[in-house]
Design a protein around this ligand. Sequence first.
Ligand SMILES: Cc1cc2nc3c(=O)[nH]c(=O)nc-3n(C[C@H](O)[C@H](O)[C@H](O)COP(=O)(O)O)c2cc1C
Length: 189
Amino acid sequence: MHKTMDAIEAIFTRKSIPKLKPDPVPREVIERLLEAAVQAPNHYKVRPWRFIVLTGAARERLGEIFADILREKFPDLPESAYEKERRKPLRAPVLIVAAAALPGSPKEILTENICATAAAVQNLLLAAHALGLAAKWRTGTPASEPRVKEFLGLSPEQPLISFIYLGYPAFEPAPPNRPSHHDRVTWMT
Ligand SMILES: Cc1cc2nc3c(=O)[nH]c(=O)nc-3n(C[C@H](O)[C@H](O)[C@H](O)COP(=O)(O)O)c2cc1C
């Protein structure tokens, strides 16, 4: 059993890990991460996040759509380019798509729904890290493709916030070495 870590340690040691083992992630673990995701703050308690969990052949179907879109946009690429595109969702045993719901009442603001969904994604990334899993937040051009959204059961206007690539780490990354906050902060007194 992996020892979990406290919040500060998780925040400071989390890194995106693009290379994952093909090993499946147990359903209970995925559910635990989703439960962590929905602890995020959200305005008016609208719970504006929507998640779609893709495993197995669903990832292959998504990859076919990625490749079809690339072929339609750029029909003259070498076949290897389409093949590479088709294989993209297979880089992880689990893909969790996070999308924001469109405002369902006049008081809701789309930006706030997007913010809450992004906060949920970060919760999920941190929980995954704390439980010994690896993840990477990706978007790319497929995130704004209507056909991708349609396949996922989203409306064309719905913001797709993240493809979370999730699995077990294929390697242990070096500790993060991120720039300080100093040049991004103004103190006002
Ligand atoms: C909204 C958003 C979209 C991103 N999309 C991509 C992407 O499509 N491909 C990619 O390689 N990294 C993407 N990233 C960056 C990675 O998730 C990651 O944060 C970055 O590589 C830095 O690594 P770190 O998380 O270990 O600091 C995205 C990050 C955010 C917040």
